[in-house]
Design a protein around this ligand. Structure first.
Ligand code: FAD
Ligand code: SF4
Length: 398
């Protein structure tokens, strides 16, 4: 007797370069490169925003809109700052993400890990893989700061017959994944997320590097850090810092992908465990445990981490309010003024969770205006309730 195929096996992936269902809002998450495209209308983060439903399915409850930390950071049961006692050389921060993935594989919690390496010829060109060895996971360390089709390996997962899987990914990838989780034929799915914001296409990344860094071709790694500076690391090991307020906003305004300008899932609300940096003191990583699966994932590495409780200092609101018209009018300060402002704000500005709220508020207000101006018909359904609450604290231009 032949078993009936699931309906998606009869669907056909889109060919490379073909217009995706979300059109210019597509974040190239990789979903439509697979036969799971059959479910795209429900699954795509840009066609069907469904946080409360998917939060309920994943965490057993949706965000409590009366609790500020839930509104900002999503459903969670614990938060902390952490760093590896022995950082992984070449990781984005201290390598907590890669270490958790390696431990989960070697301790037998999972049989494979979806993560993203880079192509041989370009360190920033993403190459998603289904890793089955620690070496393959390690080769995926460090951010590929470009839109990455991580979900394109989903067909390979089903073909491999794996039953226990870890997926590492950013919010838009994880939203689509959660929507089809039940169709994947898995017994256990673990999701390790990172926050994500302001991502770019590969061409956009080149423009950003060329406009901002003194030596675009030698950048191996960069991050917008808690000290209000972009830190670039170069091939020779040197570090270059550029104050946020000195970025050439007028040239960079359209560099971010339309998907990222209309995203409200900065904190990856549907992952089991999130590892970022923005809610932690400078030099530390920020960990958000959303549910018991996330706790079990974190437990695999606790003996390799230093940890401390999260803290929150300062008041972000005036700075956010001032940044809204400045961004809108693409104001760029002269470099001396930008550096001075960076120094002042680093001393007296928001820190820890308040810095994370600063970053969320600045991006959500900007993105809300972007959707309102460019996709007014999508505004009501696409912007989730928690984001509407955050944005409503500020006065926005028309
Ligand atoms: P590593 O051990 O170096 O592992 C990095 C992992 O990220 C790898 O497993 C790899 O598979 C995965 N990865 C790399 N690039 C991508 C990609 N494009 N899409 C999906 N997965 C990818 N954190 C914040 O707190 N605030 C931010 O504003 C923020 N912005 C980010 C923007 C982007 C585009 C990305 C990819 C991440 C961002 N992060 C942000 C997360 C942060 O930069 C670190 O990735 C995180 O703290 C993990 O560091 P690590 O040293 O533990 O990771
Ligand atoms: Fe398809 Fe993902 Fe693009 Fe949506 S964002 S259209 S699911 S590839």
């Amino acid at each position: 007797m032949t078993l009936a195929q699931p309906p998606h096996n009869k669907a056909k992936a889109l060919r490379p370069g073909a217009t995706r269902p979300a059109k210019e809002l597509c974040s190239e998450c990789g979903f439509c490169d697979t036969y799971y495209i059959h479910y795209v209308k429900e699954a795509c983060a840009f066609l069907n925003q469904q946080f409360p439903t998917l939060e309920q399915q994943t965490h057993g409850r949706s965000r409590d809109l009366e609790a500020e930390n839930d509104v900002y950071f999503g459903v969670h049961q614990d938060m902390m700052a952490a760093r590896k006692q022995q950082p992984i050389e070449g990781a984005q921060w201290t390598g907590i993400v890669s270490t958790i993935a390696i431990e989960m594989l070697t301790q037998g919690l999972v049989e494979g890990v979806v993560c993203v390496q880079n192509t041989e010829s370009d360190r920033f060109q993403p190459q998603p893989v289904l890793a089955t060895t620690p070496e393959e996971i390690l080769a995926a360390r460090v951010n590929k700061p470009t839109l990455s089709p991580n979900l394109s390996v989903l067909e390979q997962v089903e073909r491999s017959g794996m039953k226990r899987l870890l997926v590492i990914g950013v919010g838009c990838q994880i939203q689509a994944l959660r929507a089809v989780e039940k169709q994947l034929g898995l017994e256990q799915l673990y999701v390790l997320g990172t926050p994500c914001v302001d991502n770019v296409s590969r061409a956009g990344l080149q423009k950003f590097l060329e406009t901002t860094s003194r030596s675009p071709d030698t950048v191996v790694h960069y991050e917008f850090m808690q000290d209000f500076r972009v830190h670039f690391k170069h091939e020779d090991g040197s570090t270059e810092t550029v104050p946020f307020f000195g970025l050439k906003t007028n040239q960079l305004k359209d560099v971010f992908a339309p998907s990222c300008m209309s995203c409200f899932d900065y904190v990856n609300g549907l992952a089991d465990l999130v590892v970022g940096y923005m809610g932690a003191p400078f030099g530390w990583q920020w960990i958000v445990v959303r549910n018991d699966r996330g706790q079990a994932m974190l437990d695999t590495v606790m003996d390799q981490l230093d940890t401390q409780p999260v803290m929150s200092v300062g008041d972000r609101k005036a700075a956010v309010q001032q940044s809204i018209p400045a961004y809108d009018k693409a104001v760029t300060l002269p470099m001396w003024a930008a550096k001075l402002m960076g120094v002042v704000i680093e001393r007296i500005g928001p820190k820890g969770l308040e810095y994370a709220r600063f970053s969320i508020d600045s991006h959500f207000t900007r993105n809300y205006l972007y959707v309102k101006r460019n996709y007014p018909q999508k505004l009501a359904a696409h912007v989730p309730e928690f984001a509407k609450r955050i944005v409503s604290q500020y006065k926005l231009p028309d």
